[in-house]
Design a protein around this ligand. Structure first.
Ligand SMILES: C[S@@+](CC[C@H](N)C(=O)[O-])C[C@H]1O[C@@H](n2cnc3c(N)ncnc32)[C@H](O)[C@@H]1O
Length: 245
């Protein structure tokens, strides 16, 4: 039964992508995709979030280790979308939410109201590659989950992460990545990638994001390759961990 549901999902992706390709060709797709993607994401990401719940819970349990001497913990989240990570953040943390897409704000504000254990700074609509409104060395922690797959430049986004982190601060990531080329998942990723990008807000299935992280000048990194329990899903292979400035 699960297999048939997955195949139906994959077939729907192909069918959904046909008009998107046409609109993209005419230069009309990007603004429409920005508008539609938040509504699609909140509906379709339920299983995805459930599959990663326990891994995220474990990873984020060490966020308090990075609090400053007064116990202050300033967290900046890149591409926070509807704000699904807030329940994992420790009580009293000051959180700045950033995202390139302004159309997530309605969902984001709802999630912020539901997570009153946190203090929220004003939301920033800004790309991860240019966070000029955020001061150098001003936050203890930066978080991204399922964002580096969509940014235009992973290298520029990581440069910004290193700029805004305090020395000793940490960048926490949970990102889906390119599969091992010897697997069926890799073949599925290559087949779906062009359609996937158009439907899911510019998301690339085949990024080897761990290579960008390894190249960036962090002082220390804990990075694990895991497979999220999402059968036949091209977004199953993940990297998860944190890198210290
Ligand atoms: C797949 S959603 C993930 C949302 C959220 N991080 C989560 O885990 O539920 C990808 C998010 O990245 C955002 N995004 C895409 N490109 C971006 C960029 N260049 N800078 C910042 N955010 C970006 C999208 O608007 C969207 O909110």
């Amino acid at each position: 039964m699960g297999l048939f549901v997955d195949l139906a999902v994959h077939l729907s992706i192909w069918l959904l992508a046909l008009p998107a390709h046409l609109l993209d060709f005419l230069g009309l797709w990007e603004p429409l995709a920005m508008l539609l993607f938040p509504h699609l994401f909140v509906k379709l990401a339920v299983d995805y979030h459930a599959a990663l719940h326990s891994c995220k819970k474990e990873l984020f349990s060490c966020l308090p280790d990075f609090a400053g001497p007064s116990g202050r913990l300033k967290v900046l989240e890149l591409g926070c979308g509807p704000g699904s990570n807030f329940p994992f953040y420790p009580r009293g943390a000051k959180v700045t939410c950033t995202d390139a897409n302004p159309h997530f704000q309605e969902y984001l504000r709802k999630s912020q109201a539901e997570n009153d254990h946190l203090h929220f700074e004003p939301n920033l609509v800004a790309p991860a590659e240019n966070l000029s409104e955020v001061d150098d060395a001003s936050v203890e922690v930066v978080v991204s989950t399922a964002v580096l797959c969509s940014v235009n430049s992973v290298e520029k986004a990581l440069k910004e992460v290193l700029r805004i982190l305090k020395p000793g601060g940490a960048y926490f990531f949970v990102e889906h990545v390119c599969a091992d080329p010897s697997t069926w998942t890799y073949i599925f990723q290559k087949i779906y990638d062009p359609a996937w990008k158009n439907i899911f807000g510019g998301c690339n299935l085949c990024r080897e994001t761990w290579k960008d992280l390894e190249k960036a000048p962090f002082s220390e990194m804990k990075l694990q390759h895991i497979r999220a329990p999402l059968p036949l899903q091209p977004t199953a292979p993940h990297i998860i961990g944190y890198a210290i400035k």
